[in-house]
Design a protein around this ligand. Structure first.
Ligand code: SF4
Length: 246
């Protein structure tokens, strides 16, 4: 997409790409591996999660039957590499293996290639996978061209002005996703890049508390930044001249 034909969202994504550089995709994109990736660690940063996942691959493997046969200590060792609350992780990792064997005959390829709603319902049976997580798996496995968003991406798009804040996370997610999806082509590379750059921006500058708007490469497009600036101007204008800082 070039020049004037780019949508606002496409311009934002291009600006983020110039600012942060090409995004690095997660090391796994197979659906079962992505589910294990989510479950090897709890609230871990990317490095700790990658360490736990690498240890799972080395020590046990990612074949569900190998996981079911693995000793508790091996899974606990994996979980400890991922950080906090490791004691609860082995059961989660085993649950993943049990569900894929019992309900999907050890293979998710048919599920993710099927109808979208059925695929999402099937993926949500796994621990730690909600609707956004299921959509992310389907996007990264290049099965469904959906603009999946993690909580960072949702926050960034919402502040930029896409969609509306609703009563629940799920309703806000849907509103923001619908509004943003109208401005982006259903192209896997573009959608994956958008997901990753919005995530990076949300973790770097557009954080939950105190976003660093002064350094933001997309602030000229941002409704939140505009409203902050407008209210700051109003305060300045309403202050008596003598009280203004010099
Ligand atoms: S201007 Fe601020 S609120 Fe808006 S996207 Fe940038 S960092 Fe986030």
């Amino acid at each position: 997409v070039t020049g004037a034909r780019r949508s606002v969202l496409e311009r934002i994504v291009d600006d983020l790409g110039r600012h942060y550089g090409p995004p690095v995709p997660p090391p796994v994109s197979d659906p079962l591996q992505m589910i294990l990736w989510e479950n090897v660690a709890y609230l871990a940063d990317d490095e700790a999660r990658a360490a736990a996942y690498a240890l799972l691959e080395r020590r046990v493997g990612t074949d569900p039957r190998a996981i079911l046969a693995a000793p508790d200590e091996a899974l606990l060792e994996v979980a400890r590499a991922g950080g906090i609350m490791a004691e609860r992780r082995p059961a989660k990792i085993r649950d993943v293996a049990e569900i894929v064997v019992a309900e999907f005959d050890g293979d998710l390829s048919r599920l993710v290639a099927g109808p979208l709603d059925k695929a999402k319902r099937g993926l949500r049976k796994f621990p730690g996978i909600g609707e956004p997580g299921a959509e992310k798996i389907l996007l990264f496995a290049r099965r469904q061209p959906i603009l999946a968003l993690d909580s960072n991406g949702l926050r960034v798009l919402s502040r930029l002005g896409f969609g509306e804040e609703r009563k629940s996370y799920a309703a806000t997610y849907r509103s923001v996703q619908e509004a943003a999806s109208r401005e982006i082509r259903a192209d896997f590379d573009r959608l994956i890049t958008t997901h990753l750059l919005l995530r990076r921006h949300g973790r770097t500058l557009c954080k939950t508390n105190a976003p660093v708007c002064e350094r933001c490469p997309v602030r000229d497009h941002c409704r939140y930044f505009e409203s902050r600036r407008t209210s700051a101007d109003r305060v300045t204008r309403s202050r008596p001249a003598a009280g203004r800082p010099r």
